[in-house]
Design a protein. Structure first.
Length: 257
């Protein structure tokens, strides 16, 4: 039985086959010959359902792919293919689609994250960090890229650079509650208690302002903040008993005196 060839991670790059997914899904099924108990058939069905649900159509011409919307749509189709392979337990084949999605639209931040995380999961940390850094070069406003980059640095044991990445994230996007949570957890791990306390407070404040922070995350942030306030009571400019008698104008301003 002959199965369609799927480019595996680590093989030499080839130009994508014209009409090979997602445009000619019926041809794919014919090529698979509808064999039962075939993992490839399961993958193909998942791909078809994903594409049907996405409502994306194939570009009418090569010129249509030249404009930004055409590039974005093509990248989205390729990314959907890769995600379907990941869901089917074949991240190696998915990598080729994520690479093609990035080639189609270098600003496709999601594909950078997905490809970078596969590298990290495979302990190819340098490759993963390279992909994530390339994504941030064109999309510095994408929170998941910063969080994945921080995870890569943590996997390397470089907690300093991981912390710097999360600080940059929360500076650029103060409304990213996941960034504040990741920063707080890493700061606790590094025993940077004051930074952890500030990040937990920021997360709780975002929730109070209506940000979609899960209730469990808010409750956890409040518990840790309460514990850290006890630990840092003498030096915390917000809760310290002597905060308004401190001679430092900066600390008095932070304390709201």
């Amino acid at each position: 039985m002959r199965f369609p060839r799927v480019r595996r991670e680590g093989t030499r790059e080839r130009p994508p086959r014209v009409g090979w997914p997602p445009c000619h899904f019926r041809e794919i099924l014919r090529e698979l010959r509808m064999t039962t108990h075939s993992p490839q058939l399961v993958v193909a069905v998942i791909l078809g359902l994903a594409l049907f649900a996405s409502g994306l159509s194939c570009p009418a011409s090569a010129s249509a792919q030249g404009d930004p919307s055409g590039r974005s749509a093509r990248a989205a189709r390729l990314r959907s293919m890769g995600q379907a392979y990941v869901a089917a337990g074949d991240p190696g084949s998915a990598m080729a689609y994520f690479r093609d999605a990035i080639a189609a639209d270098p600003r496709d931040a999601e594909s950078h994250v997905l490809l970078g995380r596969i590298y990290l999961d495979r302990d190819r940390l340098d490759d993963g960090l390279h992909v994530l850094s390339a994504g941030l070069a064109v999309r510095p406003d994408h929170g998941p890229l910063w969080r994945a980059l921080a995870e890569g640095f943590q996997a390397q044991g470089d907690l300093g650079r991981a912390g710097a990445a999360l600080r940059e994230l929360t500076l650029r996007m103060p409304g990213d509650w996941e960034g504040h949570l990741a920063r707080a957890e890493l700061a606790r791990r590094r025993r940077a208690h004051a930074e952890a306390l500030g990040s937990y407070r920021a997360l709780v404040a975002l929730a109070a302002e209506g940000a979609p922070v899960p209730a469990a995350a808010v409750a956890e942030a409040r518990r840790y903040a309460a514990a850290l306030e006890v630990l840092l009571r003498e030096v915390d400019p917000v809760t310290g008993p002597d905060r308004c008698r401190d001679a430092s104008p900066v600390r008095r301003a932070l304390a709201g005196c």
